[in-house]
Write a protein that binds this ligand. Sequence first.
Ligand SMILES: NC(=O)c1ccc[n+]([C@@H]2O[C@H](COP(=O)([O-])OP(=O)(O)OC[C@H]3O[C@@H](n4cnc5c(N)ncnc54)[C@H](OP(=O)(O)O)[C@@H]3O)[C@@H](O)[C@H]2O)c1
Length: 340
Amino acid sequence: MFSEQQERPGHEAMHTGATASAARPLRAMVLGASGFIGHHVVQALLADGAQVLGVRRPHGAAGTAPAPATLANADHDRLRWRFLPLHTVLEPAAWQAQLEEVDVVINCVGILRQRSGESYEQVHHAMPRALATACAAAGVRLIHTSALGLHEGAKSRFLSSKLRGEQAIQASGADHCIVRPSLIDGLGGFGASWLRMLAGWPVHFVPRGATGRIAALQASDLGQAYAVLARMPTLSGQREANLGGERLFAYREYLQLLRGVEHTEQPVAPALQVQLPDWMSRTGAHLCDLFRFSPFSYGHWILLQRDNMPLPNALPPLLGRAPLPVTHRRVALRDDFRLS
Ligand SMILES: NC(=O)c1ccc[n+]([C@@H]2O[C@H](COP(=O)([O-])OP(=O)(O)OC[C@H]3O[C@@H](n4cnc5c(N)ncnc54)[C@H](OP(=O)(O)O)[C@@H]3O)[C@@H](O)[C@H]2O)c1
């Protein structure tokens, strides 16, 4: 049985007794391993035989995190935890010890809203910049999670900090890949759960300006794509990976799909869709940010107005197959895998 470990930075090895040989398992450090994307990445890496060091934020006064639920016995020995407030690890020197015995770092960290002492700048830019510089020095590969639709001049600190994070990694000299997923569906996703809840309502309130197309993808496919990238001996041939499903949706169509209108056995009546004027959507986004309510933010309002699809889509070549479609059915994680 896996037991959660409380560890001080740099004071443990990811695995014991393993020597560097061709047969040695991949040693992957996953930042934000308890998050939506992060736990799908951990699951895929474990299924792939990797040794995984999951990094997550300390919770509570004692610096302990809630116990993870059961993992398959075979996986326990290959998953360890380290607890780090990553918004404080902002210098390359502070990353040096963290990178010992690590082949590849996968950064799945992000914040939807700033908190006291934890800014977009720290989490999305300064931390990845320091990490990338340290990875370059240590010869550790870096896979960084970003988002589609980032652009210069976006009047959102959420989006601009993510863009600066990308640019810092690109300038760092690290052997890196920047992964930009489209909208992700799957269990455990804050946005994904909200969208499914909203889709169930008989009336959908749809921002009129939400004309951008979405190439929604399954979180399990995304996790597998990361595992494929992590195995690559160098990422020099894959500096970017824009990932999405094969079908494109407008936001309003996506809500109807999640509702089940395309369900062949028991089709559900389409919801009545009411269009909201842009001023109302924008004000609503600011209010959501102010009251920290729902995944809808000003940054997401900006993203909804632009296409959010990968061109080209790196997901099919990485998986070696077509991506799983997103349907009204929820795809369950393996029953024995509940990290959070
Ligand atoms: N979900 C999507 O559809 C989607 C699509 C495209 C791109 N993305 C991007 O992918 C990234 C991850 O998204 P997600 O949906 O997986 O988010 P998530 O579920 O909120 O996971 C974020 C992870 O980052 C960790 N984290 C945040 N701040 C931290 C800190 N200061 N120290 C240590 N850990 C910290 C969180 O830990 P705690 O849980 O302890 O806070 C959590 O494990 C974000 O940058 C997001 O913008 C997401």
